[in-house]
Design a protein around this ligand. Structure first.
Ligand SMILES: Cc1cc2nc3c(=O)[nH]c(=O)nc-3n(C[C@H](O)[C@H](O)[C@H](O)COP(=O)(O)OP(=O)(O)OC[C@H]3O[C@@H](n4cnc5c(N)ncnc54)[C@H](O)[C@@H]3O)c2cc1C
Length: 490
């Protein structure tokens, strides 16, 4: 039975596996998905997760629950050697091992692309994972809690200043969602006023959201300005050392939250560790039929899709002739890839990928949105409904759709959940603070000698004895002896 290895179970990889499960006949091929995360992340929901509008776990899709016929391996692929048809799998525990395959599907996505600006690597946070979205949400909430104790001044300003770098779709969405989130929190923090909160988005180009028309992008800038969120166009970040944001315009301010959304690049963990061809912009070289290779020649048994790949855009709408990195393409490429693999296994020819952009829809915080398709633009509340309607339906599986939509409905009646769970990063802290520890043997013996009457002193056994066993023994001991133990324990 041919072995199909899918590297990365995000949008493209998840849909490839899901559809292979549907279209492969029993015994036709064995499918394995390898991903360091046990779930696919619905990334368009990350801004709403960061704003407390969607529960983090509702916006991910568990591989083991939804890929019932696929072998799921939760580990990293650290090398793909297609000449030998093996991939190196590095699990979180144990030694790396080689996995032999017949067909490889590379769908390892993209990571945040940064520039060597001082301070960015240490201070900023990306927005590609659910963990980052949760950390952003918790930082906003924790900062509100901290700021509510402080008098007006630089430290309070730093905690209440939120910065986003990059005015693409993801950047504008997180910026607008955080503004909406902060405004909704003000009711619960009487000591913090609207004027105390500061929002800055830094964009190097002269416009935002290239996916929408210029007039629509102006509407977004105006709408955000009216809501107290400033967009700095034609401005670059010069430094973010210690959270001090310095701009090319000479402006500077301190911030405790700098979200970096200024672009993505093909996953270096894969494209730098494979003998498959990589094009000049660092992406896997893929043909329109999603086989790896050039127009003239394909590499047998190697396929690619999604953000990690440069897939020719046959609709003519792409950037530089290639599909832009978005979920619209990743999902459709994943589905076609599964169909093409099945076709090739059955001795038929693969089809070429052709998808005309449907348009773009963005959520800009509760009650605000924009939708653009060709010359048609919808703004404000109707676009916000369109955003929720589209993404609610696009979430894979009814099980997930229901959770997300019910969450929105309950938020409508009950409000957002506004607790920071930042303490999960140190889950043992409270237990550890109050946990009794055994005294060093000498100190315990000395204390016991001092406290207990000579007659009743129980002979001490090994100090290394587990506390539970010792306590059980003491319960059987005479009262005086028990007392000596209590003192020693203190
Ligand atoms: C905030 C945000 C909002 C967005 N909004 C939209 C939107 O509204 N509309 C839209 O069309 N697109 C949107 N996108 C873009 C869209 O989410 C991506 O284009 C899409 O996720 C790409 O799918 P993919 O399968 O190529 O990569 P991913 O979905 O990123 O999946 C890649 C997978 O590979 C795994 N992986 C990484 N390294 C390894 C390794 N070494 N070995 C094995 N597996 C590995 C990852 O864990 C991940 O699961 C948004 C993105 C972001 C970040």
């Amino acid at each position: 039975m041919p072995k199909i290895l899918i590297v990365g179970g995000g949008y493209a990889g998840f849909y490839t596996a899901w559809k292979l499960e549907k279209w492969l006949r029993p015994g036709e091929a064995e499918v394995t998905v390898v991903d360091p995360l046990p779930y696919m992340t619905y990334q368009p929901f990350l801004p709403e997760v960061a704003a407390g509008s969607i529960e983090p776990r509702h916006s991910v899709v568990a591989h083991r629950r939804h890929l019932g016929k696929t072998n799921v391996i939760t580990a990293k692929v650290t090398n793909v050697n297609h000449a030998e048809k093996t991939a190196t799998i590095t699990p979180p525990v144990g030694e790396p091992y080689e996995f032999a395959y017949d067909i490889v599907v590379v769908t390892a996505g993209a990571v945040s692309r940064t520039f060597p600006i001082p301070g960015v690597a240490d201070q900023a946070i990306g927005l590609k994972t659910i963990e980052e979205a949760v950390a952003i949400r918790d930082t906003v909430l924790t900062n509100f809690d901290k700021a509510s104790h402080l008098p007006p001044g630089p430290e309070r300003d730093r905690l209440l200043t939120f910065v986003v770098i990059g005015g693409g779709f993801a950047g504008i969405e997180i910026f607008a969602e955080l503004r909406s989130f902060a405004s909704s929190l003000l009711k619960k923090y009487p000591k913090i006023s609207f004027e105390d909160t500061h929002f800055h988005l830094i964009e190097a180009m002269g416009r935002i959201m290239p996916e929408v028309s210029l007039p629509t992008s102006y509407w977004v800038i105006k709408n955000l300005a009216e809501r107290g969120a400033e967009i700095h166009l034609d401005t670059q970040l010069s430094s973010a050392v210690d959270g001090k944001v310095e701009l090319s315009t000479g402006e500077s301010f301190e911030s405790d939250l700098i979200v970096w959304t200024a672009g993505v690049m093909a996953n270096p963990a894969i494209v730098r560790h494979t003998d498959l061809p990589i094009e000049e912009r660092g992406r896997l070289q893929v043909r329109a039929d999603l086989r790896v290779g050039t127009e003239d020649e394909f590499i047998e048994g190697a396929w690619g899709a999604g953000d990690v790949s440069a897939v020719p855009d046959l609709s003519g709408g792409g950037v530089g002739g290639f599909c832009v990195p978005n979920a619209q393409h990743a999902v459709r490429q994943g589905k076609l890839l599964a169909k093409n693999i099945v076709a090739v296994l059955r001795g038929e020819g693969p089809k070429e990928y052709l998808h005309k952009n449907l348009g773009a829809v963005a959520g800009l915080g509760v009650g605000y949105g924009v939708f653009q398709s060709g010359k048609i633009a919808v703004k404000g509340l109707p676009a916000w409904f369109a955003h929720r309607g589209y993404h609610g339906m696009a979430m894979p599986s009814w099980e997930r759709k229901i959770r997300v939509v019910l969450g929105w409905v309950s938020n409508f009646f009950l409000g957002r959940d506004i607790v920071s769970l930042s303490a999960v990063e140190t889950p043992r802290a409270v237990f550890e603070e109050f946990a009794a520890r055994p005294k060093p043997p000498e100190a315990a013996a000395a204390a016991s000698e001092k406290a207990a009457p000579t007659k009743a002193r129980a002979p001490r056994k090994s100090a290394a004895k587990p506390a539970e066993k010792e306590n059980a023994e003491k319960a059987d001991a005479p009262a005086e002896a028990r007392e000596s133990v209590t003192v020693a324990a203190k």
